[in-house]
Design a protein around this ligand. Structure first.
Ligand code: EPU
Length: 337
């Protein structure tokens, strides 16, 4: 059933753990009832915001509009030819539980994306990625409610315009769609991706063989590097790894000959934001209730009692300082509301 609440606390629906409220909150079981709700007089003109588990969002204030929280559940095999399986998953399924289920079932391709916080419906919004794998590689299509056209639409990979931590839903389609179901194309034959950082050596050390072993290794690496949002409020990587031209890269190399980078297309390189932040002197820095995580300064943490504005201001200081010291303008990865 679709439920509608007034003055609803979002404290458990944002992983920064901020004590903020939404003027209206709609837990949406089915899009059939949506029009009736959004057409109510008190609601019609208000801003709308779709959130899943709130793992990539920073509220700087209470939200004076309607928060829509899709509640579609279910995991259903659509097609299985013995090699590839198409599986349709409800938007409100928890991402990591879905990855665990898929791995147990022998549907492979998502192992490297284990333990990423959030819901299935949010995963395409930023094309989640980790340890050499991105969502788009196992994405088939999604279904969404189009708030402009008032109808269900089916969008394939091309229509979703996936890029690095980016998609249609973060750009021109921002605010327009409510993703209700995502369909994945997974493989029955494992194909392990081990080429990122220390994954291969950790896999060998643990005598790993199967995709389930790989999932466990990824979980282990993540737990050792990243803060648990249940204990330390955070939104994962706060910034994107910036893509820079050769000129900027060469400038940085004058002072730091060993600057790490990943070559990208058109003579550009991606530099780890974590490295830039560390070099600018912001690793394990704490100001009041906010700080950068000691083993991964790309993650900004609420050590308890911080406000969204405090977190935002802290991130602004990092942005400006990195720009001034290293000549690179970082871009936030979390959605600021
Ligand atoms: N580094 C430092 N200092 C540090 C940590 C890292 O200089 O304290 C440098 C090192 O050169 C290291 C490089 O940063 O080799 C890369 O670090 P890491 O492997 O931890 O990955 P990342 O590029 O910082 C990205 C994603 C993470 C994802 C990891 C693993 C982005 C914005 N972040 O981080 O995603 O888990 O790769 O694939 O692309 C997230 O999106 O919320 C997230 C955590």
């Amino acid at each position: 059933m679709t439920d509608l609440y007034k003055q609803y606390s979002l404290q458990n629906l944002n992983t920064f753990g901020l004590n903020i409220k939404a003027a209206w909150f709609c837990r949406l079981a089915s899009t059939e009832t949506l029009n009736g709700i959004l057409e109510q007089d008190e609601i019609r003109e208000l801003p709308r915001l779709v959130i899943g588990e709130g793992s990539n969002i920073l509220f700087t204030n209470d939200f004076e509009g309607v928060v829509i929280n899709p509640a579609m559940k279910g995991i259903e095999v659509v097609e299985d030819d013995g090699e590839q399986v198409l599986i349709r998953v409800g938007a409100s399924e928890n991402w990591d539980q879905w990855v665990r289920h898929a791995t147990e079932k022998g549907w492979y391709g998502l192992e490297n994306l284990s333990l990423i916080p959030g819901s299935v419906g949010s995963a395409p919004v930023q094309n989640i990625g980790a340890y050499g794998v991105e969502l788009k590689e196992s994405f088939a299509w999604l279904e969404a409610w189009d708030l402009e056209e008032n109808m269900v639409v089916k969008l394939d990979s091309k229509a979703c315009k996936f890029g690095y931590r980016s998609s249609l839903f973060k750009n021109e389609g921002r605010g327009r769609y409510i993703i209700t179901h995502v369909t994945f194309r997974l493989n029955r034959t494992p194909s392990l991706v081990l080429d990122y950082g220390k994954v291969r050596s950790a896999f060998a050390e643990a005598n790993g063989k199967s995709p389930a072993d790989l999932r466990n290794i990824i979980i282990h690496i993540r737990n050792s590097k990243l803060p648990d949002p249940k204990r330390f409020g955070n939104g994962g990587s706060f910034f994107k790894n910036p893509m820079v031209g050769r000129a900027i890269y060469n400038c940085i190399r004058v002072d730091y000959p060993n600057v790490p980078y990943y070559p990208e297309e058109e003579n550009r390189v991606k530099i780890p934001a974590a490295w830039l932040i560390e070099k600018a002197g912001w690793k394990d820095v704490r100001v009041g209730n906010v700080g950068t995580w000691p083993t991964q300064p790309l993650v900004i943490v609420n050590y308890g009692g911080a406000t969204g504005q405090e977190i935002y201001d802290f991130s602004e200081q990092i942005l400006e300082d990195v720009d001034q010291k290293l000549g690179v303008r970082l871009e936030r990865e979390v959605q600021v509301v």
